[in-house]
Design a protein around this ligand. Sequence first.
Ligand SMILES: [Fe+2]
Ligand SMILES: [Fe+2]
Length: 276
Amino acid sequence: MSARLFTPRALARNKAPVLDFLAPLTLTPRTTLPQRPRRRHQSTTPHSPSNPHAPTPSSAASSNLAPPTNAATAATNPPNPTKPIHELTPSQRGFLSSALRVNQTGELAAILIYAAQSPQLVRSHPHLRPLMKHMYDQEAGHYKFFNEVIRKHRIRPTAMTPVWTAAASVLGWGTAFLGREAAMACTEAVETEIGTHYNEQVRVLLDWAGKCEARGETLGPELESLIGELRRIRDEELEHLDHAVENDAKEARPYELLTETIRAGCRGAIWVSERV
Ligand SMILES: [Fe+2]
Ligand SMILES: [Fe+2]
């Protein structure tokens, strides 16, 4: 586990696929767009409903938001004759921006919690080393994914990042100082809240997809791929929760006070990060 994993240079090496659903608003300043009637366009990428997580293009021309920017783009990307792709409303864009901002800072906090807990826990309980590394590595993957997404779409990180960074490190160090059970109770509390948070995002996106379907539209391969990523990450968070319970999280004392305090803190951090 190394902080070098999260340096800008290290992140730049990460070539994980990045979605492009907000690109038209961010890659091209609105003031420079040619003034012409907006129109929906169709996907330029073959997309099978049976494989919604297939690799998707990252060009703005393929986004469910982006009108073709020139004739060459349109010529090289013939429209898909299937369902039209839904154009996100401003409120939908706002929801995605807030959610992805929270996801990015939440994953950073998770990394810092595990990084602060691991030295103390592994020193006292060497058998926990593989588990702590496993969970840390998964959090690192989550952070890289959301970090790339918000950088690509120029979603601003929360202004509270320095505060959450300090709070997460203190939380990780403090719970590990209290002992293995308290450290695991911290994981249980955090993962309960973050799992709920990801579930809510999946629910909203599936609701959008259902309404699109009813209108004869599709949400588009990029957002469908995002749903898949959110489900995968949510499942990994819930796996961490299970590991924490298996490792005596509920034996922490005082369990209720500790977990309810941490959960309230997580909910507060999510609420603030959505707005600030
Ligand atoms: Fe995570
Ligand atoms: Fe996690």
